[in-house]
Ligand binder design. Structure first.
Ligand code: FES
Ligand code: FE
Length: 408
């Protein structure tokens, strides 16, 4: 399905369609590796919880009374009802809506109504909500895994770790706070969205009208977006762990911040990380943590597969704790107007995904090609591959990892 030759890198169209293919991906990718669950700021205090999914399995991630992070299946151990129907909140206990069994946020079973009717010797100890095999976090990002033997999180993150570190530097020594998500869905395979985030080849075409519209009304988009239809400056990177980046090689900030506030922020970055470190911090980058977490400069995006041809996307604007209101409102504006539900970019992309799904479902052609820059990328000793902005380096990293997970 993934044909990695010297002069061509092709992927079978069958990799995007069918329930059987999707089930295989759930087993071999989503239930085997690390998957992002939440940002620590979403469950900052004891009793805080968020409901989410790994693959199609519903999961509750919460902070227990002990301050520890827990992740359990959102399925009642009595007869399987959904325990938590809220997206997020704070609670002392989850009470099952079906027959009233209650559980602590950590998943521990507290009470069974009219427990006396259960037989003597009934094992309550194994009726806690089923915990995930592993939970770990890095840089405020909480991941979970159903696989007890999964590699440790930092090994899994591999080459993406340095990009997380730079992304954290944008807080200028503070931390991120995630806000309520924007949501949208599309009738297409989840991988279309994952592959799109570091696609530097498409903006000058599919988003052309969006850029022209902003230019017309603001006249200020020139520095933010692509001047050439196909951009050569900047980088794409791919890692053996499947992660990849798109880096503009320059800042990509919108205007609207008082220059004095902006200067104070940049001065703080320089003080903390030096001239070069500050410049590197402000360079626009977006990256995918394989398979479905996207980190933007001002936003976290989660690509949630629903079925083989249905996907939901959650976009969480990221505020910087303690930063000047102008900085945060500007970040919010960027998140909303670019990649939020009503943003100028997402609508273009998801229209393309839906069209692609229609064509791939209909069949009649067997391969798509991801060969751009294949013989021009730099391959480093650590396995990192580097291309220019419009190359398909990160997509190939994604598919190599996909292939290795589905092959064994
Ligand atoms: Fe939850 Fe019965 S299914 S209490
Ligand atoms: Fe796009």
């Amino acid at each position: 399905m993934v044909d990695d030759q010297v002069s061509e890198f092709r992927v079978s169209t069958a990799a995007y369609r069918g329930e059987a293919m999707f089930e295989k991906e759930l087993e071999n990718i989503f239930y085997r590796t690390w998957i992002y669950l939440a940002h620590e700021s979403e469950i900052a205090n004891p009793g805080d919880f968020k409901s989410t999914q790994i693959g199609t399995r519903p999961v509750i991630v919460s902070r227990g009374r002990d301050g520890q992070i827990h992740a359990v299946l959102n399925a009642c151990t009595h007869r399987g009802a959904t325990i938590c129907r809220e997206e997020k909140g704070t609670t002392r206990a989850f009470v099952c809506p079906y027959h009233g069994w209650s559980f602590r946020p950590s998943g521990e079973l507290i009470g069974i109504p009219d427990e006396a009717r259960y037989p003597g010797g009934f094992n309550k100890a194994d009726k806690n909500l089923k915990p995930l095999a592993r939970v770990a976090s890095y840089g405020g990002l909480i991941f979970g895994s159903f696989n007890a033997d999964v590699e440790d999180l930092e090994t899994f993150l591999g080459g993406a770790k340095q990009h997380i570190d730079i992304w954290l530097q944008r807080t200028a020594g503070s931390s991120y706070r995630v806000t309520t998500s924007h949501k949208y869905g599309y009738d297409g395979n989840w991988k279309f969205q994952s592959e799109n985030v570091y696609d530097g080849y498409h903006p000058g075409f599919v988003h052309r009208s969006a850029f022209a519209t902003v230019r017309k009304f603001e006249g200020s988009f020139e520095n933010r977006e692509l001047n050439a239809a196909v951009r050569q400056q900047g980088f794409t990177r791919g890692y053996p762990e499947g992660h990849g980046t798109l880096e503009a090689g320059a800042p990509l900030e919108s205007g609207g911040i008082d220059p004095a506030i902006r200067e104070a922020y940049e001065a703080k970055l320089k003080e903390l990380y030096g001239e070069q470190g500050a410049a590197e911090t402000l360079t626009n980058r977006q990256f995918l943590i394989f398979p479905n977490l996207v980190i933007f400069d001002f936003n976290i995006r989660v690509v949630q597969p629903i079925t083989h041809d249905k996907t939901e996307v959650y976009s969480y604007p990221l505020m910087i704790t303690g930063a000047h209101d102008d900085i945060n409102s500007n970040r919010m504006l960027d998140a909303q107007t670019r990649v939020g539900t009503a943003g100028i970019l997402s609508a273009d992309d998801i229209d393309v995904f839906a069209g692609g799904q229609n064509a791939l479902r209909a069949g009649g052609f067997d391969w798509i090609t991801l060969s751009r820059g294949l013989d021009k990328e730099e391959v480093k000793a650590c396995g990192e591959r580097v291309g220019v902005y419009s190359d398909e380096v990160p997509q190939r990293a994604f598919w190599r990892k996909w292939k290795s997970l589905l092959s064994n």
